[in-house]
Write a protein that binds this ligand. Structure first.
Ligand code: PRT
Ligand code: ZN
Length: 296
């Protein structure tokens, strides 16, 4: 891969569970990804960046080595990689809220499980040997970890192992294989990584531009704009209920003395319970709307 040093290089999964969401995040941040015949890389029309499409397992290495300045990868892959390194040569900039799954220990239905001690002396099949070994070590349990690169859930039936330690999202795969989750080893989601290798001045500036746009996208995902009407005596209580809202705007309502409109950006999720509380405190005409773009 020939790297152009006047651009940023972003490592993304080529094809798999993270590919579409990773590219969507960049599109939401306003990057127009060029479609090219060459499926290993893609330029960005309106930003000096180049996307590198690779296996997810290679992303921590590429970012650590500085081949790519940024990357998007699951915490499961990243932490497994990190346990094999003396010190991290990357930094995690943000959790991205997609690719959520858990690394779980699972047992065949027929096997009794009464806590980590039940694992002692057994064999555990996994694609995540370092994370599994750390889990065992932290609990003082001695077991044999068998590394498998795929089809881990078949290991008990093939009598390769007693337990498995595998990624789970819906749990359907475990169930279809007669397995049940017994322990959570790691909760995971996709994260944005940055190399620790220093960038030159020009690319530091490009990186800052990329980050502020990605931060903006992540902030708008959680944030909502809320508008409501309130009487003067209820204003204090209402503004205290608004989740994660700093300095709401309060405007007098024309022709209705003592009545105000309250507008605020809420940086946390707004649940129905919150709306109920606002209403009980005296708010009316409550409107919650999504925010399309935001730059703080
Ligand atoms: O080719 P490449 O090496 O890039 O891809 P890959 O095959 O290694 O990874 P891929 O595309 O399967 O997953 C990429 C990342 O998505 C993982 O590293 C996780 O961070 C995340 N992710 C989220 C998952 C799952 N959910 C998931 N359910 N990765 C894998 N699974 C598998 C799991 O291994 C099991 O086989 O799905 C099955 C279980 O799913 P449920 O829904 O039946 O529980
Ligand atoms: Zn992989």
């Amino acid at each position: 891969m020939l790297a152009d040093r006047s651009r940023l290089h972003i490592a993304l999964q080529k094809s798999g569970r993270l590919s579409e969401s990773s590219q969507q995040l960049l599109r939401d941040a306003g990057f127009r990804i060029q479609t090219t015949k060459n499926s290993l890389t893609a330029g960005v029309e309106n930003f000096p960046a180049e996307l590198m499409f690779v296996r997810d397992d290679d992303i921590p290495t590429f970012v650590s080595d500085g081949v790519c300045e940024f990357g998007i990868v699951g915490q499961n892959v990243l932490e497994e990689f990190a346990l094999g390194q003396a010190e991290p040569k990357y930094e995690v900039l943000a959790e991205l809220g997609f690719g959520r799954c858990s690394l779980k220990l699972a047992a065949p239905e027929s096997l009794t499980y009464e806590g980590p001690q039940s694992l002692a002396g057994t064999r555990i099949a996994t694609s995540y040997p370092r994370l599994t070994e750390r889990f065992l070590r932290e609990r003082g349990v001695d077991a044999t970890v068998v590394k498998m690169n795929g089809a881990v859930e078949l290991a008990p039936r093939l009598q390769i192992a007693n337990f498995v330690c595998d990624l789970v999202s819906t749990g359907a795969t475990l169930e279809a294989n007669g397995l049940r989750p017994v322990e959570t080893v790691l909760e995971s989601q996709a994260v944005l990584l940055r190399t620790r290798k220093p960038l030159d001045e020009a690319r530091s500036q490009i990186a800052a531009g990329l980050l502020s746009r990605v931060d903006g996208v992540l902030a708008t995902k959680e944030s909502k704009y809320i508008m409501l009407n309130a009487t003067e005596d209820s204003l204090e209580q209402i503004t205290a209920i608004l989740p994660g809202a700093e300095a709401p705007t309060i405007l007098p309502l024309h022709g209705r003395p003592g009545h105000f409109a309250v507008h605020a950006v809420c940086q946390e999720s707004i649940f129905w319970e919150t709306l109920q509380k606002l209403k009980s405190a005296g708010a009316s005409a409550i409107l919650v709307v999504p925010i399309e773009k935001m730059m703080m």
